[in-house]
Design a protein around this ligand. Structure first.
Ligand code: SAH
Length: 218
């Protein structure tokens, strides 16, 4: 029997803190969320390894370090309303739910959204709204957001995200081709003023939709 609490502590020390994530609230959240509940039972023994893992439907749960680094890049204080694109397993949503006031998460594949909802309900994480649909157009009714986190790779920055970001808010997303991307952070400094930063290389599944890739095939 694996002791998941020990595996999780080791993950946080070796993959998160050792690689430079120093936001204590993010570290605490990564220590708290039971990642093994977000993968299928056959993969639970790998849940705390330094990798993304398949979750079905050709999608993946992001690597722990990437979840921590993206969360830290949003500079969260606790009062925020955040838009997340690509609910997937719901793991990133769970981490964010401990860091902000409310998470609005969009997933295009309804079976994944349903599974994520179930696990998040079991964990009593009640500050997460999940909707099924094309997240490349954002969530207009709930905008503006204090932060936007995109967990799938976009060919370009969808303009709706810039429009739906509040002044002072940050958008973190992978931009590039289908096989590799650069993690970018865009900070809205004013109505028409945005600061763009390149954070690191990364590999995500494609963001598919009106303002992303048109299909999930090459
Ligand atoms: N953060 C997730 C990782 C999800 S992988 C986790 O921790 O498990 C990326 C997810 O983005 C996939 O589930 C995929 O179906 C979804 N996705 C891709 N394009 C999308 C779009 N336009 N709108 C919403 N979700 C999308």
């Amino acid at each position: 029997m694996i002791d998941f609490a020990i595996a999780r502590r080791r993950m946080v020390e070796q993959q998160i803190i050792a690689r430079g994530v120093d936001d204590q609230r993010v570290i605490d959240a990564m220590m708290q969320v039971p990642r093994h509940l977000f993968v299928e039972s056959g993969l639970q023994s790998h849940a705390y390894s330094d990798a993304s893992l398949p979750i079905g439907e050709k999608q993946t749960i992001s690597q722990p370090y990437m979840v921590a680094a993206m969360s830290a890049a949003l500079d969260l204080q606790g009062h925020e309303r955040i838009l997340e694109i690509g609910t997937g397993s719901g793991y990133q949503s769970a981490v964010l739910s401990l860091l902000v006031k409310r998470v609005y998460s969009i997933e295009r594949i309804s079976v994944l959204a349903g599974r994520a909802r179930k696990v998040l309900d079991q964990l009593c994480m009640s500050n997460i709204n999940i909707k099924v649909g094309d997240g490349t157009i954002g969530w207009r009714d709930q905008a503006p957001f204090d932060g936007i986190l995109v967990a799938a790779g976009a060919p370009d920055i969808p303009t709706k995200y810039l429009q739906q970001l509040d002044v002072g808010g940050k958008l973190v997303l992978p931009v590039g081709d289908r096989s590799q991307q650069i993690l970018m952070r865009v900070t809205r400094l004013g109505d028409d003023k945005f600061k763009r930063e390149q954070l690191m290389d990364c590999r995500f599944v494609p963001l598919i939709g009106e303002q992303g890739w048109l299909t999930d095939e090459d």
